[in-house]
Design a protein around this ligand. Sequence first.
Ligand code: ARG
Length: 573
Amino acid sequence: MLQFKQRAAAALEAAIGTLAPGSSPTAAELSSMLEYPPEKSMGDLAFPCFRLSRILRKAPPVIAASLAEALGSLPGLKKAEPAGGYLNFFLDDSYFTDTVADRILSEGERYGRNDSGKGKTMVIDYSSPNVAKPFHIGHLGSTVIGHSLKCLYDFAGWKTVGVNHLGDWGTQFGKMIVAYRRWGDEETVKKGGVDELVALYVRFHKEAEADPSLNDLAREEFTKLEHKDEENLRLWKWFLSVSLEEYEKTYRQLGIVFDAYTGESFYTDKMDAQVERLREKGLLKIDDGASLVDLSAYGMPPCLILKRDGSTLYPARDIAAAVYRKQTYHFDKCIYVTSNQQILHFQQWFKVVELMGYDWYDQLLHVPYGTLSIGGEKLATRTGNVILLKDLFRMAIEKARQIMEEKSPDLPDKDSVSEAVGVGAVVFYYLSNSRIKDTDFNLEDALSFEGNTGPYAQYTYARCCSIIEKAGGVPEKGRTAGYRPCEAESALCRVLSLFPEKIGDAIRDSEPMVITRYIIDVCAAFNRFYHDCAILSAPEEAARAFRVRLSACVKTVLGNAFGLICLKKTPRI
Ligand code: ARG
């Protein structure tokens, strides 16, 4: 469809240019004005003429009528029909059925890619759990939205750098050290891993309620750590490696690999230079011993840089990290994915970066997302009343396994399929909503094979694989000669032709939901086709060949789209 859009936009540019020389919007602008009509009776594409009426000094319906005449002979176009202020394009079915399958099958894994980001680099800061605190489901959003955006940019030709900005520095390590020395031991942590660390952390908070002096001790231990106390440094490194080992299990389940694990601690020696720059620029104000940047002129509370004792705060580390990334990766865009509770934090320090005179401040982009709850319960970190991401995945995998046992008892690789389906169900369900909305998670719904879910999409994928396997491979185009596709087939081709432009839409809105919704559209169109048309048992050889090819296209498009949202391909379910 993108190709037709481009062709139509070029023709519109020429036609408008003839009506009023030199005043036409560019082809790119015209292309972005094209809309998909809400109903089939209004055609495949519509061009609204309202904005042109000022330029052409005519009423929109008059413009639509004269453009209809000028555009009538575009290749692939059945008719262009004015309707009110719109010009509606009706495309030839054969335009889709002839070209779409060839293109998809020849491009394969490249179908949907473009090179609009060629030569550009984006850095994306995502997942970033806080070591020693639980990796809870509040981090699911950052992890899967972040990874999806990284994949989308990669699809659009950008060079991408995925950074895990681990929360691996701060007073919580003082707390961990105190807790470990009081109530922990090496054996138990070795056996219990992160769970044991979290238990110690939770215990610290409980005990500190009764004995607040523990907090002072924790601060002292952290200060010792900051001054590179050997024993504290050793413990810190150990806590870090225990945690990372476990995070990586979760990342493996999602198919995520980071390019860099540069957490907050990485910037300890990189902050002085930025604090110095803030001072030079006269931006630092001392307030009650702490250093901050006054942002009242921008309607924001002050951005805190240094505590009274001179230690740096979260925004200072972010500023140092942004400068480091600019110098290291020369990014054209640097994206941060966090919960919407941090919107102000990002607005503040982005402003500070601007005030510091870094001219790339407008290349920083914060992508926030809403809160995730399970059965209406919100998540609290400190009390231990949290749902861990790994537990959510484990529950989903177990449930998926039960379903597999019932549905396909003979499946040979039940373990890996249950993992792909269970984890995929969680991710798909989560990414099916607009990222900024709060989501209430329901495992039953997520795992249903009937709704608009991950398992439904993976099942459709598996169905396509099985058709191709039974057909003994994908037939050559020549074998479809003379076949005239039916309505369900051309509707499916139309949907498949939309994939390339979905990439741009998803990037424009930083919104993986564009892809999950699109996957559902493909599955619905495929299932209608599957229902309406006999595939392997089609009497005519040309019909059979066409339909198997079409199933192979669906497999390719779904597979490519799955890769954009952490959903694994499942040749068998
Ligand atoms: N560790 C932080 C948290 O869990 C998220 C870090 C986001 N990235 C950043 N550069 N601030 O809340």
